[in-house]
Design a protein around this ligand. Structure first.
Ligand code: GLY
Length: 426
């Protein structure tokens, strides 16, 4: 079967890499892909939000399954268009993708269906939002309603900071329409974990839990990024907590959406805080996490193609439970100097061999090959993965590979996994 992966980051490289391990997959296309993906798939120059062009491509090339990486095409309705043309696609439709597209929708939905989350209030008027902040205990979390490229969530530690964030979002409109409405939420304490689950709208298959590292620098310092590294599984998600997540969060979400007439097919990414009162939802995403996917998929023993196709065709209940490798996997993100702010592209990368030691693999996020030279082409450049019998050994493997790769301004956190040894509740 031919498969099309949509997107161009490390997450899509990991998806293509895992799909390629399936005996059912003969050929992988990736739109638009990147330098590393081009080594295992045929990259086609179509943008992820060019829905008409992508559906034409899938029809013309008899693609048996399309897997969507980023949220934008999902939010714009790529699944609706593919389904209209009877093309098989993995991902939620436009209505279901509101779980990520509108934070206000997601919170009101959680309130309605008793899905544990923090207390919140919605504002469409900056003066009222600031007035409310004068009566609350800090810190609070301020969120833009719409998509803001991962920058729309701020923890405000004092009133002056909250005022400035509210002004940025609602008055200066730094995120355009996305900040027309905002949420002010209470701040939750605990360990943060990511749980991705695939569903066909009836059955739900949770993946192993993982932990991202959002801040740019060691010790969780510096600005928020798209994610500087992840590991899987987490020790915090005990069997009991896993059951609570499945029952109180994932099942209520899928059933709640069904009650609203929305069939969710695809991956639900739940960003969770494990609090003293149990797991609570920080956010939902309608797509695989990045870089969590680069740490979770290496541990998947079952056939990813079969799993995703079963979701896309409503047959997940016949798939059963997926099998997982023992041990752990970790992904260390190598980024360009300046990321998540301004950074240069076109910087030469050396030491980038696809013959890494067994159990390690380099997922490309922002690279391009120029003749026989590799150069940087993004803020997050590479996701270096290691897997082994335990987390320490997996991290050692990832870091051994990362230390062999050089480019001017390369920065990566040296402490991925540091929270693994901390207590569950903060
Ligand atoms: N790693 C966070 C995300 O994918 O949204």
């Amino acid at each position: 079967m031919k498969v099309l992966v949509i997107g161009s980051g490390g997450r899509e490289h990991a998806l293509a890499w895992k799909l390629k391990q399936s005996k059912k997959v003969d050929k992988i296309f990736c739109a638009p892909g990147n330098g590393g993906i081009a080594q295992i798939a045929k990259c086609v120059n179509i943008k992820p939000d060019s829905i008409k062009a992508l559906s034409d491509f899938a029809a013309r090339n008899k693609i048996g399954l399309t897997v969507v990486g980023p949220e934008i095409p999902l939010v714009k309705g790529i699944v609706d268009e593919f389904q209209r043309r009877k093309l098989k696609i993995f991902g939620p439709n436009k209505k279901a993708a509101r779980l990520e597209a509108s934070k206000v929708f997601a919170k009101e939905f959680m309130r309605k269906y008793h899905i544990p989350t923090s207390a919140f209030k919605v504002f469409d008027n900056p003066a009222e939002a600031i007035g409310f902040c004068k009566s609350v205990e800090f810190p609070v979390v301020i969120k833009a309603d719409g998509l803001a490229a991962g920058k729309g969530v701020v923890v405000a530690r004092k009133l002056s900071q909250a005022e400035s964030v509210i002004n940025d979002m609602m008055v200066k409109r730094s995120f355009g329409n996305a900040g027309d409405r905002i949420l002010i939420e209470s701040f939750l304490q605990g360990q943060e974990v990511s749980v991705m689950a695939v569903t066909d709208g009836k059955a739900i298959v949770p993946f192993l839990s993982s932990q991202d590292h959002k801040q740019a620098f060691d010790g969780d310092r510096g600005p928020n990024t798209g994610g500087m590294g992840a590991y899987c599984p987490t020790s915090f998600t005990t069997e009991e907590i896993g059951e609570q997540i499945e029952e109180h969060i994932l099942t209520r979400t899928v059933n709640g959406l069904n009650s609203e007439g929305v069939k969710y097919r695809g991956v639900i990414y739940a960003g969770l805080m494990l609090t003293a009162q149990g797991p609570k939802v920080l956010e939902f995403n309608c797509r695989f996490g990045d870089p969590e996917t680069q740490a979770v998929l290496p541990l998947l023993k079952s056939d990813l193609h079969d799993l995703l196709l079963a979701c896309a065709t409503g047959k997940l209940s016949s798939f059963g439970k997926p099998a997982w490798h023992e041990g752990a996997a970790a992904c260390v993100v190598m980024a360009s100097r300046g990321y998540p702010g301004k950074y240069s592209k076109g910087v030469q990368i050396t030491g980038l061999s696809n013959k890494t030691e067994v159990g390690s693999y380099i997922f490309h996020a922002g690279t391009v090959q120029k003749g026989n030279r590799w150069v940087t082409d993004g803020g997050r450049v590479l996701g270096v993965m290691g897997m082994d019998k335990n987390l320490r050994a997996a991290l050692n493997r990832a870091y051994r590979t990362a230390h062999k790769i050089k480019f001017d301004g390369a920065m990566f956190r040296k402490d991925i996994g540091f929270r693994a040894s901390k207590p569950i509740m903060g």
